[in-house]
Write a protein that binds this ligand. Structure first.
Ligand code: GLU
Length: 480
């Protein structure tokens, strides 16, 4: 989701990592950290807040000598932004350090397993599971340990890993989170995105899903998840730095539109288990779900529109009356709360002032609030009684795209869960909707691949004041 940078070469690693991470700042983050092998052991420094804090803490990297290191900017998904939850994460003996972008979906059972084997955890992250799991499988061969872990974990990950016992190597791995590696005459680099290395090299390799890279000072080897070596061709980057930040897209909004298949997958898949919808963070028993008499959805801007759609979905599927309110109205209008009223507050940033005020107002009147929020550790996420995160990653463009889609997915999941528990949706309809939801990321991907057709559609309707079903040719686009 956010940034990874690693370096192994003849120069000091920490300043290169700091420089690289600064080029990934546009992606948004809440904390930053580095691990550098100092000749004896792996030293870690990390801190919540801006990269500047880490720079000051390490005097621009000077307090972390060494020529092998990995760094990270974190966009929290599991555990609030804090020093402890910031990456890198160690194994217990502090001989392995890991940075991770993405989400480990099955981290809870893995964590329990590791706890039962005596591993201790110091953070709330899903990532720390990886550090201990690599340790668990490590018998002297890093590649073997890493590929075993890849077979065990589900979810998305780009990883940078260093081992104190192998200080002449960095390992990089990816599945569904971006990662590239680069090389120049002084060393090799890993990064989540090209801008981080453009100052040093234009020769990069794009890592594909389930591939592993072993980087040494002067060469790299690529492997499959089954440890078979593969050959890869470098790509010479001819974009300028500005275009590179946007991943080659003309602007961030376009880039974020194209991130929707991933956003939808990340919000959806962790909540589908054994062909059922499991929303652990909902914190509601079936009795409590059955006791809901009315739902207030309270939000501002686009999140309000997600709520307007959700009214149709929840009322249609779960047969619960829904009122959708702009938070700025709700907080001043003295709404009627009855026994069994549930309040859902939706906000991408989790800091929308009116939505936060509405949340507090509802709680003051004794009603529990469910937050549907994108930014982990934000005010609404902290103050809501329960939080359902939309794992959309940072959204830079002001007009929302992927975060809105993720909100819709969260609300559909909620509606289906409520409908099933309350017996308002029969099994066949439920499974067929679930199947449809699972097909959605692929469908969005195919839809977005048809850029010209979308542009034609946009051109045709750009001046339209309203759209009715009969005019709309959208379905033909959707059915590509
Ligand atoms: N899921 C990890 C965490 O919450 C990684 C987040 C990221 O991609 O930055 O720590």
């Amino acid at each position: 989701m956010c940034g990874i940078v690693g370096y192994i070469g003849s120069h000091q690693a920490a300043p290169v990592i700091l420089e690289g991470l600064s080029k990934l700042e546009y992606r948004g983050y809440d904390s930053a950290g580095m691990a550098v092998f100092n000749g004896e052991k792996i030293q870690i420094q990390k801190s919540v807040g801006r990269l500047k804090v880490l720079e000051e803490l390490t005097h621009g990297g000077a307090t972390m000598p060494g020529t092998v290191g990995i760094g990270h900017t974190r966009w929290a998904t599991h555990g609030a932004p804090s020093d402890e939850n910031a990456h890198p994460h160690y194994n217990q003996e502090e001989t392995i350090a890991v940075v991770h972008n993405g989400i480990i979906e099955n981290y809870l059972p893995l964590r329990e397993k590791l706890l039962s084997k005596g591993y201790q955890f110091v953070s709330d992250t899903d990532t720390e599971v990886l550090a201990h799991l690599i340790d668990y499988y490590y018998k002297g061969n890093p590649l073997e340990a890493i590929t075993k872990v890849m077979h065990r974990v589900q979810g998305s990950y780009a990883l940078g890993i260093i081992f104190a016992e192998h200080p002449d190597q960095i390992f990089a791995v990816r599945k569904d989170s971006p990662l590239i590696v680069g090389q120049n005459e002084n060393g090799c680099f890993i990064a989540s995105d090209v801008p981080a290395v453009l100052k040093y090299t234009r020769k990069v390799y794009f890592i594909e899903n389930q591939e592993v890279v072993r980087l040494r000072v002067d060469h790299m080897h690529f492997y499959t998840v089954d440890e078979e070596e593969i050959q890869k061709e470098p790509v010479t980057i001819d974009w300028d730095a500005d275009a590179a930040e946007k991943g080659g897209y003309e602007h961030f909004m376009l880039k974020e539109m194209y991130e929707q298949p991933k956003t939808v997958t990340d919000t959806l898949l962790p909540r589908i288990k054994d062909n059922d919808i499991v929303i652990e963070e909902l914190g509601m028993s079936d009795e409590e779900i059955n006791a809901i008499r009315k739902i207030f959805i309270v939000a501002c801007g686009s999140a309000y529109h997600a709520g307007v759609t959700a009214k149709y979905v929840i009322e249609g599927i779960a047969r619960i009356p829904v009122e959708v309110d702009l938070a700025s109205e709700f907080r001043y209008r003295n709404p009627i709360f009855e026994e069994g009223t549930m309040v859902v507050v939706i906000s991408q940033s989790g800091e929308t002032a009116d939505s936060l005020a509405a949340l507090r107002e509802s709680q003051k009147l004794g009603h529990k609030v469910l937050g549907i929020v994108n930014v982990v550790g934000s005010s609404i996420a902290r103050e809501a009684d329960n939080v359902m995160y939309t794992w959309a990653g940072p959204e830079i463009a002001v007009a929302t795209t992927k975060a809105y889609s993720a909100q819709l997915i969260a609300l559909y999941l909620l509606a289906m869960k409520f409908g099933k528990v309350r017996g308002k949706i029969d099994e066949d309809a439920f499974y067929s909707m679930l199947k449809d939801l699972k097909r959605l990321p692929g469908q969005i991907e195919r839809l977005l691949a048809n850029k010209q057709r979308i542009q034609r559609f946009a051109n045709r309707y750009i001046g339209a004041k309203a759209v009715s079903n009969t005019q709309l040719t959208l379905p033909t686009i959707i059915l590509v």
